[in-house]
Design a protein around this ligand. Structure first.
Ligand code: GLN
Length: 543
């Protein structure tokens, strides 16, 4: 069938374009269509891998090891289609490819220009997603940025060309805008009118408008928007503020018949909608009772997006365990201070936590605060989940406090340590380029019997994604094991340690991979689920 839906945004950023595009994907999947999601990012970085969380939030990793925009995480949580390197297109990649071809002489002496060469490269990348996959019905292409940005122009131009070439029933434009409230109660449509004008100047007439508004737009307002913006009144939808969860948005759109209007515009025969999974997820949401407080100890605590998939996975685990997860964000840097009272910071002052999670991270700042946190949780038998850097912290803490190697560290943080219990693999030592050179993407982990990780997954072969450079050092494997640390999972052939667990502890598990990337609201990550279940038990015993 090969239909395209281009999702763009106007008025301002952060309107939830990624969630809107993902929800649209969920709705069309509910109608039995085979959907693929693509993100176009207008920055010059080749991928998000080298970007700081302060700039960009989390880096989402795909099975094939692409380091992508966090919107791919939204796609993965709302839809089921495969996501790979091909689903994330950046201006950097596009220019890189075009310039390489130019250097190879493949343009045969012609002048290389934004139109047609850059736009052709964009179009080729978008259509490549469907070429790989003959079963594909619809590709939803989210264009990053806001209409009017200089950076987005080539992507919008490529969309315009595709709409023109494919015909209006095969390629449509969905535009997301904001309806602000002025003076307390008046909803203003003018910014939306301007935003649609900006789209029209780009040669694109939006077919569907999704308006972010404080509440459901009234009939009169929708008609006014329709009239000023050249769209059908039934094609104006509201994405109103909801008090529940972003995962209700597919149902919010479903109730307004967004999917039916899209099917009609694309000339697809209406088919039965099956959104059972989403309705039952919302039932679980409303049935949650009680609260567990999970302390997240990391260094980007003020930025909600830096640990986005981790926070979402905790919410999914709460749904699975029937309990609301409250996030207690704790900056590890103040904990580093020798005088800082760990017990006070983590355990009291209204912060009483039922579990601690140390997420992934890079760089020295805050590390010793994380080590102190792990020591506190191990001694206090507080459920603890270490992810990637968090597992490395568990290893360092064990070496320092159980084996009494005071200077034990990761060679990422102390190159002179006499006990580099976490260190580089030889193949990483010669790496000079930072982009895309870590251990990245899906690989196999073999779990040992009678371990918490084995209990969580219920099987010995597990496939999760990696994004790190440093490893548990095999040089110390025997001493670690002899001193009681459980080495609970390995890469096939026992080559590398993938998971450590604390003995005599209700739930202290660290994994070298990132299980958060595969967690979904309708299927929580097994490790997150068991961690929250342990926190729930801890909370019940404490009160
Ligand atoms: N900095 C650590 C490493 O590179 C951990 C990375 C991570 O947590 N993603 O190995």
């Amino acid at each position: 069938m090969n239909k395209y839906i281009f999702v763009s945004g106007g008025v301002c950023s952060s309107l939830g374009k990624g969630v809107a595009a993902s929800s649209l994907g969920a709705l069309l999947e509910g109608r039995g269509l085979n959907v693929r999601m693509v993100k176009c990012d207008p920055y010059l970085n080749v991928d998000a891998g080298t970007m700081s969380p302060y700039q960009h939030g989390e880096v989402y990793v795909t099975d094939d090891g692409a380091e992508t925009d966090l919107d791919l995480g939204n796609y993965a949580r709302f839809t089921t289609g495969p996501l790979s390197r091909a689903n994330s297109i950046t201006t950097g990649q596009v220019y890189d490819a075009v310039i390489r071809k130019e250097r190879e002489g493949r343009y045969l002496g012609r002048t290389v220009q934004v139109i047609p060469h850059i736009t052709d490269e964009i179009k080729n990348r978008i259509t490549a997603v469907t070429k790989e996959d003959p079963d594909n019905d619809v590709v939803i292409v989210e264009i990053g940025g806001t209409v009017g940005d200089i950076e987005s122009i080539p992507f919008l131009e490529a969309a315009r060309q595709m709409i023109h070439e494919c015909g209006r029933s095969n390629a449509i434009s969905v535009h997301l805008t904001l309806i602000p409230e002025v003076a307390g109660s008046e909803l203003k449509t003018k910014p939306t009118q301007h935003s649609v004008k900006a789209m029209q100047e780009m040669g694109i007439q939006p077919d569907i408008l999704i308006c972010r508004a404080p509440a459901m737009l009234e009939e009169g307002t929708r008609k006014k928007i329709a009239q000023f913006c050249n769209v059908d009144p039934e094609a104006v939808f509201t994405s109103y503020n909801i008090a529940t969860t972003i995962y209700e948005i597919p149902l919010v759109f479903f109730n307004q018949k967004l999917d039916l209007v899209i099917l009609k515009k694309m000339g697809v025969e209406s088919r039965h909608a099956n959104l059972k999974a989403w309705f039952s997820m919302m039932e679980k949401f409303h049935a949650m009772s009680g609260v567990v407080r999970i302390g997240i100890v990391g260094k980007y605590m003020e930025l909600h997006d830096a640990y986005k998939s981790v926070y979402e996975a905790l919410f999914h685990a709460g749904l699975a365990c029937g309990v609301k997860v409250e996030l207690v964000k704790i900056d590890s840097t103040p904990l580093e201070d020798a005088a800082a009272d760990t017990a006070k910071i983590l355990g009291s002052e209204g912060r009483n936590v039922d579990g601690i999670l140390v997420p992934g991270g890079f760089g020295q700042r805050g590390i010793n605060g994380m080590v102190k946190t792990a020591a506190w949780a191990r001694a206090g038998k507080v459920p603890f989940f270490g992810i990637c850097l968090g597992m490395q912290i568990m290893v360092i803490e064990w070496a320092r406090n159980v084996l009494h190697w005071d200077d034990a560290d990761s060679s990422e943080f102390d190159q002179d340590s006499r006990h580099p219990v976490v260190s580089l693999l030889e193949e990483q030592e010669s790496v000079v380029n930072y982009g895309g050179t870590m251990r990245l993407g899906k690989s196999e982990t073999v779990t040992e019997p009678d371990t918490k990780i084995h209990a969580a997954y219920g099987e010995s072969r597990v496939f999760e994604r990696h994004r790190h450079r440093y490893e548990f050092s095999n040089k110390y494997r025997d001493e670690m094991k002899a001193s009681g640390l459980t080495l609970a999972a390995f890469t096939p052939g026992h080559t590398l340690v993938e998971c450590v667990e604390w003995p005599d502890h209700p739930w202290g598990v660290g994994v070298q991979f990132h299980p958060e990337f595969k967690s979904k609201p309708i299927a929580a990550s097994p490790l997150f689920r068991d961690f929250v279940a342990a926190a729930k038990v801890f909370s019940a015993e404490r009160s």
